[in-house]
Design a binder for this molecule. Structure first.
Ligand code: ARG
Ligand code: ZN
Length: 268
């Protein structure tokens, strides 16, 4: 067990000229609700809805704070609103244009993007893996100018913090767990089914799972042991936001390995 690590975050809110609070130009409060969810989930705080008391559940001792200083040394609220004059973005366009255009030094900040994906796209979000030599992450990482996590604006933040019903969130992905999941990848975690039938995530305390689970299924028996159920409540499954509530001790050790043993990027 090490120290508590606080990761400075910049959230790039990518819009196309909407007024504040309209469509992808999400409110500061919606952005802040996302940071609150990540802190609840990664620190295993009792504020986490459905707080999980499973003994393998971990406080990862990693937390997040919106940046207070921008790359030029000026004060910031950590929210970077950018009108890129296009209403929706494909993943390829995000990688080649949106990210390089807007990224803050990824050795100093975790970059998060809230975007609108094209109509018909079913993706909620995605992440770039770290450049850390961890089992299952080889080849690893990516370019420094694409480092970070991306989510659809309608999954960014949590309804639990929406006091006047003004957040643009879509159930069942309306509790901020898309970014909890993506930040898990960003810090080295693999899906609990190991992206293969009964594959491995290199974490012995997440029971081996057949495949991704959706919704919130009960009593799915694991691959190796019929008396053990798949951990559908793990943030690294594909279940509904309200279903998810745990990172394990072994997942924590992967996260901490990434934070403790390597700078995020060497090639800057
Ligand atoms: N990358 C995954 C997807 O786009 C994220 C799944 C997140 N799950 C959730 N309950 N928010 O499907
Ligand atoms: Zn994933």
């Amino acid at each position: 067990n090490g120290n508590i690590i606080t990761i400075p975050v910049v959230v790039h809110v990518i819009h196309s000229g909407q007024n504040l609070g309209v469509g992808p130009n999400i409110l500061d409060e919606q952005v802040m609700s996302q940071i609150a969810v990540m802190n609840n989930d990664f620190r295993r705080l009792a504020a986490t809805p459905g707080f999980n008391s499973n003994p393998v559940g971990a406080d990862t001792q990693i937390q997040f704070a919106l940046a207070k200083v921008d790359p030029n040394g000026n004060p910031t609220n950590g929210i970077d609103r950018v009108n890129l004059c296009q209403s929706a973005w494909s993943q390829a366009q995000i990688e080649t244009f949106v990210k390089p255009e807007t990224i803050w030094d990824p050795t100093q900040y975790m970059n998060m993007w809230s975007v609108n994906f094209p109509n018909g796209s079913s993706i909620l979000g995605y992440a770039q893996f770290p450049d850390t030599n961890l089992a299952g992450l080889d080849p690893i990482g990516g370019e420094y100018y694409t480092d970070g996590v991306v989510a659809r604006y309608s999954t960014f933040g949590s309804r639990d913090y929406d006091t006047n019903g003004s957040f643009a969130l879509e159930a069942p992905y309306d509790k901020g767990r898309t970014m909890t999941h993506e930040v898990g990848h960003f810090l080295g975690l693999i899906h609990i089914w190991g992206d293969a039938n009964c594959g491995t995530d290199y974490c012995a305390d997440t029971p081996t799972a057949h495949t991704a689970n959706y919704n919130c299924p009960q009593n799915i028996v694991s691959c190796n042991n019929p008396s053990v159920y798949e951990m559908v409540e793990n943030y690294m499954d594909y279940t509904d936001d309200a279903c998810m509530n745990i990172f394990t001790i072994d997942q924590k050790s992967r996260l901490r390995t990434v934070m403790d043993n390597s700078p995020r990027r060497l090639e800057l």
